[in-house]
Design a protein. Structure first.
Lengths: 262, 262
DNA sequence: CAGTGGTCTAGACCACCAA
DNA sequence: TGGTGGTCTAGACCACTGC
């Protein structure tokens, strides 16, 4: 438990080891990892040192601690975090203000408050820009997906609100096609982790205000002069590996992008 | 060190005590607080307990730890964090991509890369909406400020980029007027903390895409159909007290709102 | 009740900084 | 060299969960 380049604290080395196990799939999303005492024995350090390593991973949302139960691998399937990376919230109409995510995916197949329509799903070759963002070479295989999310308003009207163009690193999503996408009722990131073992861990977004192109306007059923939020996201798995590029166009007439600054 | 309602850990009580001292101004921004050992003696707990309390406050950016030197009260004056709450970043033109904040306020008065023009500064009475956001009563005194931020491009051209409407809780900013605003060369939040003892600690933002009103378009020198980011911010001091409402209109032609999701 | 994470302590030692 | 935060340990005890 040494080989220190300049200086790396023990707990930080333990953290790296745990991270390696997560990456290798030794413990899968939603599963419990070994107890602190077990890990302390395994790595031959004190419980306190393991604790600090886990603390950091928990702070980064890679692990979830639950007192009395254990420490679990974070998952996008858990009801509470299904929209972890989607910051578009309904303007507070008093309806479900204190019920985050309630408007997205329902318990059963019936009462769904969001309609997801996939307009495209094809295997393509990375353009220069996409390749750069995904740390691939131009021409490397990617999966391209386009879809529209529509939310039901109070009267049950379905209002197209989000248009997304998605590019995935092809090698990590072999066998992904329109059928498998369409039949999945879970959020996309939950499906990625369940079916492809790809866990999205972190993302960065760049946001601008734009007008839609004619094609985009048609898909979202908005006028050409409607201002829209353009959200460019790069999502990463473990070890800061970029694996998805996603550009979203958001209508913000009755919703807003929510952000907390500290 | 008890009187526990249901159950509150010791370090959490210590945290509250430190917070109270911060709020009371016992230690001012940029000053060092007592050492961990001193605080342990003062509160009659172990160093480890104080440590955990400080850890949390540091994680919330209220305190800054510096190994070998001490623990300091966070400040908006420090060069690194002058734009802590401003997420608008220049599109990476290769220029100063890895130099965050370099384009905002310069070392001396000369090489300033942002022009700040105050167009209004007046004392008014809170409207219903502003009062609600600031947890005041309608008609309570507020300070209203409007200003334009213009950034210099590569050729030294000054390009109006941000238009801000700001409302401040009047009672906390007695004596603030156009003159004092105009003569301050520091960022606004740094000035607030130096001259009014008001330390902004946290903020939440709601972002939408909009078109400018005719007046706004004139101030920003943009066309009426240019899509702009509308950023509604509420900023808080210690103890989650809202003290500022700020609505910003951002041009995003060559800049973007940057956000990291975890 | 046993097992898990959470708290608290006391003490030793290390890394960093300033004088 | 002394003081500060940072690491690591060992052990005791508490709070929560599920059998």
């Amino acid at each position: 438990m040494q080989t220190t380049p300049s200086f790396s604290p023990l707990y930080s080395q333990i953290k790296a080891l745990i991270l390696r196990s997560l990456q290798a799939g030794e413990w899968k999303p939603a599963e419990a990892i070994p107890s602190e005492m077990d890990l302390a024995v395994r790595y031959n350090v004190s419980q306190g040192t393991v604790r600090k390593a886990i603390d950091e991973l928990a702070a980064e949302n890679l692990l979830i601690r639950r007192q009395g139960k254990g420490t679990f691998v974070a998952t996008h399937s858990a009801r509470q975090v299904q929209t972890r990376f989607l910051r578009l919230a309904p303007d507070s109409t008093g309806a479900d203000e204190n019920n985050p995510g309630s408007d997205t995916y329902a318990e059963n197949g019936k009462n769904i408050l969001v309609d997801r329509t996939i307009t495209t799903c094809s295997r393509e070759r990375a353009t220069k820009d996409i390749a750069k963002a995904l740390q691939l070479k131009t021409g490397d295989p990617v999966v391209y997906i386009q879809r529209v999310l529509a939310y039901r308003d109070g009267k049950g009207q379905s209002i197209p609100t989000i248009l997304e163009d998605i590019w995935l690193a092809g090698n990590s999503f072999k066998g992904l096609n329109l059928e498998r996408l369409a039949e999945s009722k879970a959020p996309m990131y939950a499906m990625f982790e369940a079916e492809f073992g790809v866990n999205m861990v972190r993302a960065s977004e760049k946001i601008r205000a734009v007008n839609p192109t004619p094609e985009q306007a048609k898909l979202l059923k908005v006028k050409l002069d409607e201002p829209l939020l353009r959200v460019e996201r790069i999502a990463y798995t473990y070890n800061d590996t970029p694996i998805e590029v996603r550009t979203g166009l958001y209508r913000t007439a009755s919703r807003h992008y929510k952000n907390d600054l500290q």
